[in-house]
Design a protein. Sequence first.
Length: 172
Amino acid sequence: MRAFRSRVIEWCALHGDHWLPWRLRSDGWSILVAGVLLRNTTVKQVLRVYGELIEKYPSPAAMTSASVEEARELIRPLGMQYTRTPLLVELAKTITTRYSGAVPCSLEELLSLPSVGEYTASEVLLAACTQPVPLIDRNFVRVVHRVLEVKPSKSNPYRDPEYYTLARSQDV
């Protein structure tokens, strides 16, 4: 199992998508923005707007003072701009009012934010808060299912406690 873990880590170091702009940053806001933008769209599409959006709105405070129409125009190439823009503004307002503009470093607090799910919260904890938490995604579920024969739950494999136990295990 240790050899398997080492090979997976080695593979990720060589082939992982560390070059993505939100993975090159260590601030929680940039990661949260990517999480909202990546819903129901591809990385390739998000790359077209992410840089300009983060440059224009580098913090929750900048987003709260944004012109909704201007933000909507930046997001328009992704589609769903009438859904994504209010989500980003609401997220920014919540962080600004509840946490004085600082993205929290608690799983419970992150999950209480509008439009933040397990994966995005874990990504913030890993990159911005340097907390060693499991990051359970489709690829993790697929590899664990195929190699370790752990079948995903039918309801939501990303919340399956068995996957989190495996991801935290020092034996895997």
